[in-house]
Design a protein around this ligand. Sequence first.
Ligand SMILES: Cc1cc2nc3c(=O)[nH]c(=O)nc-3n(C[C@H](O)[C@H](O)[C@H](O)COP(=O)(O)OP(=O)(O)OC[C@H]3O[C@@H](n4cnc5c(N)ncnc54)[C@H](O)[C@@H]3O)c2cc1C
Ligand code: SF4
Length: 512
Amino acid sequence: MRDDYDIIILGTGAGGGTLAYGLRDSGARILLVERGDYLPQEPENWDPRAVFDHKRYKPGELWQDAQGRPFAPGVHYFVGGNTKVYGAALPRLRREDFQALEHEGGTSPAWPIQYEDLEPYYARAEQIFRVHGESGQDPTEPPRSGPFPFPAVPDEPYIADLRHRLRAHGLHPFSMPMGVDLREGGRCIRCKTCDGFACQVLAKSEADVCCVRPALESKNVELMPNTLARRLLTDSTGRRITGVEVERNGERLVLHAANFVVSCGAANTAALLLRSANDQHPNGLANSSGMLGRNYMMHNNTALMAVHPTRVNETVFQKTMAINDFYFKGPNFAYPMGNVQLLGKLQAGMLTANQPLVPRPILQGIANRSVDWWVMSEDLPDPENRIILAPNGAIRVIWKRTNMVAHRKLVAAASRMMREAGYPVILTQLMGIDTNSHQCGTACFGTDPAQSVLDPFCRAHDLDNLYVVDSSFFPSSSAMNPALTIAAQALRVADHILNKAPGAVTAEVESR
Ligand SMILES: Cc1cc2nc3c(=O)[nH]c(=O)nc-3n(C[C@H](O)[C@H](O)[C@H](O)COP(=O)(O)OP(=O)(O)OC[C@H]3O[C@@H](n4cnc5c(N)ncnc54)[C@H](O)[C@@H]3O)c2cc1C
Ligand code: SF4
């Protein structure tokens, strides 16, 4: 292990892992620092009881809500981060998501870049994450420079029939862009334990498999797992990071580099920068604007089960279809409502954590007859929704719901859609503060240093050699899944660091 690097990247998820991949052939000496280990390939990967009842892959860490009440957050500390267990839905944001959009609950702000700035990087990210999809089905789809790398994951017969019925009602169901390895000779066996589970055969397109392991094939890239970043240190001017203090096997050490990238996920990134406060940065690093930790978002989410009392849903891999007909406006509603997408097939073991009093056979009976959807609306940035540090140093999440009228309208529209498709029983569950899988927005990028934490290439306004490359940079959450956008921006930042991105003005990697 060297003690000086060109770039140290803290965190190996969608942001950090993809950035390392984008820089792997640059010649830069790169160290990835990850608090977790590799997630083991073991039978429990696909066991709902182990994953949901026993929370085998959760860190056992508690965060606090505004009142100081503890909750278990939806985070996973492994090489690959949350993508190890994600649902692998990999859509692009809509073109309009980059612009200011009026919602019933307020304005979703414009991004400092346009869709066209990210399009080439979306295309690269889709290649790297082996996205399977089909264009031309979704009226809200943004323009593409080329086709999807691989054909869409086909519906199983039950879902194909549902798609047909939804089309008959004038809707435009589309094939959800998915990262599962169904290429010719690919390893995916189309199992029913994908969304929310780790893949035992490494066939899911996640950051560990698609980015970190290939990056480590370069002799210039190293990984330090089981290493927790505690604080960043600056020089006496306060303009440059000189080192990161880490804890490894109970020991504290300081690692040095020319450039630092924080990619710890929206809450942990904000917490690390707040914990790094010093004389030059008394309110935390990169926080002269006071915006660090603020505008925390995580989508408004409802799980919806549409149950047919007699028809058994034999689908194994259910997550193949989504609907954006209500994305920009809904029936009798002039404002954006959001996206409705199939979930991985729910099973009793996945429901027991939320319904501990209902006997498992009853839950399984319901799950056998249900089609399961994730109903997802945009939440709006609110500076009062924020990450702070509790007196004991734990992460505290100050959060209240925003834009809920639109979400309720979307749940009602999705319920009506499924009733009209022949499902008389609709069960819904609104998700709470612990379902923060789509967390974003604690270090927004922007052009105004008084209003944002990062510049449009994700470099801190306040520090010359500090980047934040994870979901923290989102100024708005859109109503699409975030991972592909995080990865695309990571590739854009990689090009910028290498002085290759349009608009890049300085080479960041020190010549040796
Ligand atoms: C169950 C589930 C399903 C999901 N499904 C989808 C989906 O279908 N589509 C989609 O787009 N998104 C999905 N997501 C969300 C997606 O996984 C995240 O948006 C994405 O992984 C965020 O990337 P990130 O780089 O911001 O953070 P992460 O991927 O969480 O990576 C952060 C990394 O930093 C490490 N770390 C944290 N703190 C420190 C520290 N102090 N020192 C060192 N390392 C640290 C963590 O261990 C982790 O590896 C899902 C998430 C979950 C939990
Ligand atoms: S569906 Fe495919 S990618 Fe998903 S967990 Fe199963 S084998 Fe892995």
